[in-house]
Design a protein. Sequence first.
Length: 291
Amino acid sequence: MAVTVKECLELQLLEVEMLLSMFPKRGEFSVDEDAVPSVQRYLRNADGALPPQLQYRITLDVGEAKVKVELQVLLPHMYPQVAPQLFVRSDALHRQQQLQLNTRLASHISSLDSGDLCVCEAVQWVKDNSLPFLENSKTLSECASKEVRVKEMLHRMWIYSHHIYRQELRKKIFDCAKKLNLTGFCLTGKPGVICVEGLRENCEEFWRVIRYPNWKHISCKHVENIETEGSIDNLRLFHGFEDLQFEAHGDYGLRNDYHMDLGQFLEFLKQHQSGHIFQILFGVEDKHAES
């Protein structure tokens, strides 16, 4: 004889009563206040529309530390003839551990006899099997926090000047970059461009030193920060500090007209995975860039 929806809903209410007796404390068993009355009204008059599916949450204290683990329950109208929808969650679990725990729970529930009430069984299973996942999650968190402490940051500054000519200024730039263990380049001429990369405090010290006392036509156009769990040397785009000169029009008799070939400079940037910087520096897009 086929089991009716009414019979299934009666069994569901019986199981809710059992769970309420198992979890009488405030906050342990949570259900919408109209959920059970809706089912009861339907059972008194089964000619009406089906009530909303029963759903509730059971909060468990797991282990000596009493870690909060929540079992979320959604019951199809034909439960226990069909399996309930169960989901375990905890703020103490990483996403992967939570997925593994729920996969194991679903496998266990599917192994039970069809037609039997199983939420109480699921509660006991979660109590008995959550702790290893919680301990593993704690270990991973401790490892992650240790990794955070050893992370380093590469700082890269892109500096633009109307021109860079004077020998004493160029010497100051190269000496300072070497002293502070910075890699990058200095594009001499008109326009002038400097890139320095290294530790943040060293880059900022370089910027402070070369700006003052009286370099007026200079600005830091762009800054990049890249985090790494290893050495920042693995993130450097330049192996040393290069002296760049891409002469375009030669010397017109005035050194202040010593223009640089920006096409060659763009190719240099591309070779160092920095083609996107060209537009930031000059406000001009690379016409040959892929769309």
